[in-house]
Design a protein around this ligand. Sequence first.
Ligand SMILES: N[C@@H](CCC(=O)N[C@@H](CS)C(=O)NCC(=O)O)C(=O)O
Length: 124
Amino acid sequence: MKLLLKAFRNGLGAIIAFVSWVIPVSKVKRTVKQQKEIDAQTENIELYQFFGCPFCIKTRRVIRRLNLNIIARDAQNRQGVFRAELLKETGKTQVPCLKITENGKVEWMSETVKIIEYLEKRFG
Ligand SMILES: N[C@@H](CCC(=O)N[C@@H](CS)C(=O)NCC(=O)O)C(=O)O
């Protein structure tokens, strides 16, 4: 029963992810120079996420719209290094979670609303 529910949840998540991927977004337009500057900043930002999680899909959509090259880390794989790192550093495996590395300091940011607000404010 548990396995069936998990399969259903993952299947549903994959469908939502696919639908979100096919629905076009109106991307923020920048000059090549501006985009290069933003790319340099986003090199230090990573999104810890699950592929089919609705909160992660919403966050990924904002990232797509803002035209940000933020690398997505799979925190769903129970044997994976990113899940282990997320758990070690934040004490939980809640996603989405943004890892922001700045001046040698690492900040972990949870909660979709907070993450989106941060991205919009900084890059919107
Ligand atoms: N309030 C959170 C909820 C996020 C949430 O529930 N994420 C689920 C996946 S859809 C999760 O992290 N589950 C694994 C866990 O909590 O360890 C947000 O808005 O970001």
